[in-house]
Design a protein around this ligand. Structure first.
Ligand SMILES: O=c1[nH]c(=O)c2nc[nH]c2[nH]1
Ligand SMILES: [Zn+2]
Length: 463
């Protein structure tokens, strides 16, 4: 048993997180949380451990300026795009795909390219504090197996999918037919299912069906993927929806029989509880209701939405409807693999909604309102867990849940001096709420000293 002693931040819902000092949080050998208690003074620690039957424990005492919080859940990113990060801001989506993205993803036809690129991609993602990640791979079976192997060996919790794309893509980067696309998808699923499970006997790496977007999948391919999904309701699905206006127009022209973009996925049985829809910037009212009815989740990717000029997703409206929403980095449409960056841009996106609001129409708790620190924290953790249908396991701390966590350090010794009291009063340096807020807005990898998944330390700034 390992027991952490110190400050804990624990998200509860969109409006509330708990900030507790002097907490004891016990993690068993399977990496699950056994118990948590709060407000235990130093002199009571040993007695409290004994009361819980803990005789032989490893006690990890946090320092002032450190706290534990749940790891981030990145509900949407593209592993083969990380080598392109920070380029292409002059393009909008469809030109960006053709000019910047497809040429890079095509390089992953070569497994050795994947073997050299993916360890760095995944390590970087882990060290930014992402404990669960939804990865798009390229369209290649071989290199996506490499991605799954790398994620598995580095110990991150993840969904890994091979892109399906058999049309409206360049000849050098397109699958041969719906049959080969389906065959490779099934092979990847089978392969990922053979990777050994973690210490708790539950796999950390899971397959996910990944139709790139409706534009790049033929009707027969979407139909086959829908059948595959129906054969196993536990299989997750990820795709893009309504990111860019030209994309929406093109999609509608390809599927005139469907009355909305979401209806396209729905007509192929790809819209359901464990479907993750990235972007959702330009949804129409009818399809918002359909998404809610199907209980699909939305990955809000504000960095990418700004970077590719896609627009501002009205997430407050979705939250008011009770739709599940998480955050995604969407590298390399998004220029940072860090969820801290996604959080900051989600905050700015919500402020833009406030500035553009028509006050006469702005009713609701979240629509056209600024997202609070509690809401931002929730979206990056427990909200993401709900989008991934993993809220029973990750996203917050409770007995029985997995210990997927960060130890955050806001002290000057980390090398990031802006968080911990240069010329500020003592109240600024000691409040846990302030530490959290400053970490969210000014922190970086240097402040994430440990990253734990299923109780195992897999990364962080101090080794
Ligand atoms: O942001 C995006 N990144 C992509 O790679 C992509 N493909 C389709 N639609 C997309 N949107
Ligand atoms: Zn994307």
């Amino acid at each position: 048993m390992k027991v952490f002693y110190g400050s804990v931040i624990n998200p509860d819902n969109l409006t509330l997180y708990k900030a507790s000092s002097n907490s004891l949080l016990a993690v068993n050998s399977e990496g699950n949380i056994e118990w948590i208690v709060h407000d235990i003074q130093d002199f009571m620690v040993q007695e409290t451990l004994l009361q819980h039957g803990c005789v032989d424990v490893e006690l990890v005492a946090l320092k002032d300026g450190q706290f534990i919080m749940p790891g981030f859940i990145d509900t949407h990113t593209h592993a083969p795009q990380l080598p392109n990060i920070g380029t292409g801001a002059q393009y909008e989506l469809l030109d960006w795909l053709n000019t910047i993205t497809f040429p890079m993803e095509a390089k992953f036809a070569d497994n050795s390219f994947a073997e050299s690129a993916y360890p760095g991609v995944v390590r970087r993602t882990i060290n930014t504090g992402t404990t669960t990640c939804c990865y798009y791979g390229s369209l290649h079976l071989g290199s996506t197996k490499v991605l799954a192997d790398v994620v598995h060996s580095l110990g991150q919790r993840a969904f890994v999918g091979k892109c399906n794309m058999d049309r409206n893509s360049p000849s050098y980067y397109k699958e041969e037919s719906p049959e080969t696309s389906l065959r490779d998808t099934k092979s990847l699923i089978a392969y990922i299912n053979t990777l050994d499970a973690g210490p708790a006997g539950i796999p950390l790496v899971r397959p996910i069906i990944t139709p790139r977007f409706a534009i790049s999948c033929s009707n027969p391919l979407l139909a086959e993927l829908g059948k595959l999904a129906s054969s196993d309701p536990s299989l997750h699905i990820q795709t893009h929806i309504s990111e860019n206006k030209s994309e929406v127009t093109f999609t509608k022209s390809l599927f005139p029989e469907c009355n909305s973009y979401a209806a396209v996925y729905d007509s192929f049985k790809l819209l359901r509880r464990n479907t993750i829809l990235a972007h959702a910037v330009h949804l129409e009212d009818g399809e918002i209701d359909l998404i809610k009815e199907r209980d699909a989740g939305i990955s809000h990717c504000p960095t990418s939405n700004f970077h590719l000029n896609s627009g501002v997703a009205p997430v407050g409206k979705y939250l008011d409807k009770g739709i599940k929403v998480g955050l995604g980095t969407d590298v390399s449409g998004g220029y940072s693999p860090s969820m801290l960056n996604a959080i900051r841009n989600a905050s700015i996106a919500s402020k833009i909604c406030v500035m553009q609001a028509d006050d006469s129409k702005s009713s609701g708790q979240y629509k056209d309102k600024q997202l609070s620190v509690a809401s931002l924290l929730y979206l990056a953790t427990l909200g993401g867990a709900r989008v991934c249908d993993l809220e029973d396991r990750v996203g917050s701390f409770a007995p029985g849940k997995c210990f997927d966590a960060l130890i955050v350090d806001v002290r000057n010794v980390t090398g990031n001096p802006c968080l911990w009291g240069v010329d500020v009063g003592p109240e600024m340096t000691t409040s846990l709420d302030t530490m959290l807020e400053r970490f969210i807005f000014c922190g970086d990898d240097r402040n994430i000293s440990s990253v734990y998944v299923q109780g195992r330390r897999i990364g962080g700034a101090s080794r």
